[in-house]
Design a protein around this ligand. Sequence first.
Ligand code: HEC
Ligand code: HEC
Length: 391
Amino acid sequence: MTFFIWVFMAAINTLFRYFFLYNGNTSWDDLSEMTPAEIKAQDLFPMGFRPLPHSKHSSGGMVFPQDQIDNMEKLEDRDLERFDIEYDLPSHFTPEFPPPIYLTTRPDLGDVSQGKVLSIKNYYELFKGVLTPVQMEGMRLLLTPFPQQQFNQTEDRKVREPSLGVTCLDCHVNGHTNAAFHLNPDTRPQAARMRLDTPSLRGMHNQQIHGSKRSLRSIEDFTEFEQRSAYFDGDHVTAAKKGVNLPDRASQVAMMAQMQNILDFPPAPKLDSAGRLIDEKATEQELRGEDIFFGKGRCAECHPAPSYTNHQMHDLQLGRFYDPEKISDQYNIPDGPIKSFTLRGIKDSPPYHHDGRLLTLADTVEFYNLVLELDLTQKEKEDLHAFLLCL
Ligand code: HEC
Ligand code: HEC
């Protein structure tokens, strides 16, 4: 008898799922009750959790948000607007522009940007008396335009006006990010290359590996190789033709790296020196969120305090949830090992993950709830979200 009741209940359950889930009515709770294999079999893994294609995946290359394009036109008369592609995310999903700048060397000053977008024209006046001559020279180089695959003075370019190229801080604006994107240089064929959302350069001093896939071990290496690899899609032949600029390791790269290494995380007034919430300053909800982060949510296993990264690459094994397919010229294979990015100051750098597929922090909470099979309640998700905002 029990067996028949069990079969009956199982049949009702399947019918219920078939009816509700296949009709586009799947809720987050429905999904979190299913196993990865069930989600995969019914193709229910949200499209927004799968790799995001470049807005023109077959050509790729750097794409800048409108704020950056407008500002560089005004400040330097330099054209960053491509004629073949438009930036594809609404501006409310991109970081505050221009972002504030904090320095490890002068915490007493707070934001030193004066609300401006740093450029080769104004950096000296802004930083005189605040930076050493070495840091100042590093800053100058980070703001000097160099040719790149799409932005250069040859006929083979993707910009209307002959372009002087791009600067490091065209993407890492004010040492942070404006969510400019391009394709990673490390993967082939073209369809399998990953879209890359620009990460912040804040807090580089407390991170030991760099790049989603490259895992370069120093800021010096990344600075040297950004122009060798990412600027020209890892193609040294076109690089030579378009005028690659390879900064000198001893005299230039070292100074650029020293400058990057003093860009601090934004202040987090609710955290103590070990990176944990201060009881008297945090709300009940934030404290509950902290417990989830370090407990049931398992976040701290890969994002431990105080820098909220374990300096490792991890494979979230998304292949458990969906079968890869080719969409918009992109082959959306599971990501494999990726740097577990720091979560310090995370509220300031949407969109999230290496390709920016998760538009808000609330999306990342739903993503991890599903991918790590956490079974968080709605209230627990809200608590965790409140804690992430304190970082
Ligand atoms: C098109 C915009 C763009 C430009 C221009 C650019 N970057 Fe980046 N930068 C990125 C992206 C995207 C990544 C992420 C790379 C990855 O995940 O592999 C990155 C990563 C980095 C990292 C590692 C960050 C981390 O969290 O691991 C450093 C350091 C860096 N860039 C420095 C520079 C320097 C120095 C320059 C100038 C020589 C520069 N970038 C120019 C977009 C840009
Ligand atoms: C197994 C290791 C692991 C665990 C556990 C983990 N993460 Fe992550 N996290 C990663 C990796 C790897 C990335 C980078 C993924 C990518 O870019 O594709 C990441 C990225 C993120 C990002 C985006 C960072 C950015 O700069 O875009 C957020 C937010 C985040 N994790 C929050 C969480 C939360 C909240 C939890 C707990 C519920 C959690 N993570 C648990 C490994 C982990």
